[in-house]
Design a binder for this molecule. Structure first.
Ligand code: NZQ
Ligand code: ZN
Length: 384
């Protein structure tokens, strides 16, 4: 096992009664900026519940953060937050609203010339204003980590940053608010969480049997829940378990001391930047292709995953790997996320700029740093 430091100070309040805690978790003084998405919270009652918890507080509302949040929109909030002397942010929505809020909270106090440097140059975040979260979509794990992904569409860029300074102080997780998710967003959440686990697990073995089994437990549970939520979309218990799986998939516990990859996400973010396909849907396309291409490097773990998560054993390892990649594709398809570029009317040639873009950024990906420009091209070919 590798050395690690584990730090996760996010206070999670989970359950259908968790809104009751919101008012007392908020700061007693100082202006609060409430950040919100494109309107789903106004339709499902979340907005009203949040506003009643905020009664008597000094607030400013900031609405209209779009999926795959946009840098320019975030900067609009930064300007308002500075001029209104905001002291605290309350993010109400899915991963996009929270990711945007993390960037805004860091950008308001950023001492450098241009906050874009946080994303483009990995500029150090010395401080950030505190954040609270009311999560409405289980998927990203953003509610329990310090990561954020922001896009700048004018430049065709979707970039990530991470800092413990932007971890939420608290996250309210009420599974009943996820009952209004449609089938597509529900599927996206399950696939995103599944692939988060795979990125941290499907690498090479450094003798982390506990972390392996924690990862496999999340994967197996998500497989069961995918079926259950399609049968019973209104079952709040099923929704609760999806929500807790998604948080556990990226609360940075299962990757303690392990070797991680994240190449599927890096390539997937570029597909979203180019073609606007939902984040999780890009992962459903790229992961099986990546597994096929990296089958030698990842072989031992793929065989373990095949046996423990799917109960697959072939005549030999090669057959086990083939069967298990097919099973993974089938799982994504059944969950509701197509696994080819063709399903979106695209060809690999429509993504040919990706390998160049990543090379220009100096990005070498894969757990052994062995996925360069040619390998990215080959993986994208396999996404056809
Ligand atoms: O904008 P509103 O109107 O709120 O509607 C949203 C949006 O249209 C809707 N929605 C959210 N909660 C709902 C709801 N609709 C009905 N009922 C509810 N309860 O769902 C749509 C998608 O929301 P979004 O926040 O974009 O989805 P998600 O949570 O999947 O976030 C995706 C973003 O997170 C990034 C992705 O790249 C993408 O930009 N990621 C962030 C990560 C992190 N911070 O750790 C890791 C991930 O790998 C990922 O990259
Ligand atoms: Zn993801």
């Amino acid at each position: 096992m590798k050395s690690f430091t584990y730090y996760n100070p996010v206070k999670v309040v989970f359950g259908t009664d968790s809104f009751e805690s919101l008012a007392k978790l908020l700061p007693a003084e100082g202006k609060i900026m409430v950040t919100m998405g494109m309107g789903s919270i106004r339709k499902n009652g979340v907005y009203d519940r949040v506003m009643s918890a905020l009664a008597g507080k000094d607030i400013v509302e900031f609405e209209g953060i779009e999926p795959n949040p946009e840098y320019e929109k975030c900067m609009e909030a930064v300007r308002i937050a500075r001029s209104e002397n905001v002291r605290f942010f309350l993010s109400v929505g899915g991963g996009s609203v929270l990711d945007a809020t993390k960037f805004i909270a860091a950008a308001v106090l950023f001492e450098g010339m241009d906050p874009w440097d946080i994303l483009e140059k990995g500029a150090e975040i010395k401080s950030a204003l505190p954040i609270g979260c009311v999560l409405t979509l289980p998927a990203t794990g953003s509610e329990v980590n310090g990561n954020s992904v922001v896009s700048r569409r004018a430049e065709g860029k979707k970039l990530a940053f991470g800092s413990p300074k932007v971890m939420p102080q608290f996250s309210i997780l009420d599974p009943s608010v996820t009952l209004t998710l449609d089938a597509r967003q529900t599927a996206n959440g399950i696939v995103d969480a599944f692939v988060h686990v795979m990125e941290q697990y499907l690498t090479y073995d450094v003798n982390t049997p506990l972390q392996d089994r924690q990862a496999e437990a999340i994967l197996s549970t998500l497989v069961e829940l995918s079926f259950q939520v399609r049968q019973s979309p209104d079952d709040v218990d099923v929704r609760a378990n999806i929500m807790w799986c998604a948080s556990n998939a990226l609360n940075m516990l299962i990757n303690c001391g392990t070797v991680q990859d994240w190449s599927t996400h890096v390539i997937g973010h570029e597909i979203t930047a180019l073609h606007g396909i939902d984040h999780a849907r890009t992962l459903a396309i790229v992961l099986p292709a990546n597994m096929r291409h990296q089958r030698k490097q990842k072989g031992k773990k793929i065989v373990q995953y095949a046996k423990r998560v799917w109960g697959i054993t072939g005549q030999n390892d090669e057959e086990t790997i083939d069967k298990c990649i097919e099973k993974t594709k089938q799982f994504f398809e059944e969950t509701g996320c197509p696994t080819s570029l063709a399903a979106y009317g695209l060809k690999p040639s429509d993504c040919e700029s990706i390998s160049r873009t990543l090379a220009e950024r100096g990005m070498v990906i894969g757990e052994r740093g062995d996925i360069g420009q040619a390998e990215v091209d080959a993986i994208i070919e396999l996404c056809a």
